[in-house]
Design a protein around this ligand. Structure first.
Ligand SMILES: [Zn+2]
Length: 338
């Protein structure tokens, strides 16, 4: 009896060890996968925004289209190493009561007066930050500073695109229940990765934004009004879709990970009337329009004067140093703020 007991204990120990090893594997994969959330969509949005620009801007932006697309994801990389970065990517507007769009002041100073800076920072500052970026990009255009124009324009595109993403406007940013966990990545990574190449990006020409503050808040409002649809359609589909057809295992990099199947994803897309495509189109238009607005506010500098200039060595060095910091830095702030 004693021998059998210790054998059983041994087996339990082995099982326990196996369980720990597999959990470590799973968490390693999840971490790796989390690192790429939303990257594809952000790059695509900045790239497509270039084609909406007016003739006076398009040549310069086209010349640097690879840079603008590549650095569209810098704010997400930065948020993994720099404290205070993550709050620029979202606003939990539902924290502010039943009718938040009537009660939260659109201007930073008024909002600070009403809620204190600490509170605002706790629930995210995205629409206010968009205004800040507009100001910085305008200044870079005024200075005709090629490095700053490109770096700020690419980063600015990121924050604008985040405002167009419904789950960046809610404290339930990764679902309202345990079952819904993963909805954030599903919406902004899985769907674009499967279908964004077939989307229509002919969203018209960039237009001058008369009231940028109101525009940033409008983007957030539109996004937030889509949150309930996401949750209710997700609940509906989860309980109605055949269990054995929900998931597939796919190779990502050199790891295998569980993903929602193409059929399941397509059904969600239909139920939400192509919401991801509509919000990405909105983001492309908004990015192009705010880039254009910064240029107009700077006095419409002649960008052909910058056409023969290249990115400086100093800036290239900065970019390299940033990459290094972001790779080695430990995640700070909210998980998956992308
Ligand atoms: Zn982001």
């Amino acid at each position: 009896m004693q021998a059998r007991k210790s054998f059983a204990q041994m087996m339990n120990k082995k099982r326990y060890a196996l369980l720990i090893i597999s959990l470590l594997f799973v968490s390693f994969f999840i971490k790796k996968e989390a690192y790429s959330f939303g990257f594809y969509a952000h790059k695509k949005i900045n790239r497509m925004a270039v084609f909406c620009l007016p003739p006076d801007m398009i040549n310069f932006f086209k010349k640097h289209i690879e840079y603008l697309s590549e650095h569209a994801i810098d704010p997400d990389k930065r948020s993994r190493a720099v404290p205070g970065e993550d709050i620029k990517h979202y606003i939990d507007i539902d924290h502010y009561g039943e009718n938040p769009f009537d009660s939260v002041p659109h201007y930073w100073k008024d909002a600070v007066k009403k809620y204190t800076e600490d509170t605002l920072k706790e629930y995210g500052i995205n629409p206010w930050w968009i205004n800040n970026m507009l100001f910085s990009l305008t200044q870079a255009f005024k200075d005709e500073d090629l490095d700053r124009i490109l770096y700020l324009a690419s980063n600015f595109g990121h924050y604008i695109a985040d405002a167009c993403t419904p789950l960046h406007t809610s404290q339930w940013y990764d679902g309202k229940s345990f079952e819904q966990k993963g909805i954030h990545a599903f919406w902004e990574t899985r769907i674009p990765e499967l279908f964004a190449d077939t989307y229509n990006y002919l969203v018209g020409k960039a237009t001058y934004v008369e009231k940028p503050t109101e525009f940033a808040w409008l983007l957030v409002k539109e996004s937030h009004y889509a949150v309930d649809t996401i949750f209710s359609m997700d609940n509906h589909l989860r309980s109605h879709f055949p269990e054995d057809k929900k998931y597939v295992f796919e190779e990502k990099g050199n790891t295998m990970s569980r993903q929602f199947s193409r059929e399941y994803t397509l059904e969600f897309v239909k139920l939400t009337h192509n919401m991801v495509e509509r919000r990405m189109q909105r983001a492309v238009f908004a990015v192009a329009s705010l880039w254009y607005t910064a240029w107009v506010n700077a006095g419409q500098p002649d960008l052909s004067r910058l056409e023969n200039k290249e990115i400086s060595k100093k800036h290239k060095k900065e970019l390299k140093a940033n990459e290094k910091l972001w790779k080695t830095g430990k995640p700070v702030g909210r998980p998956n703020p992308e």
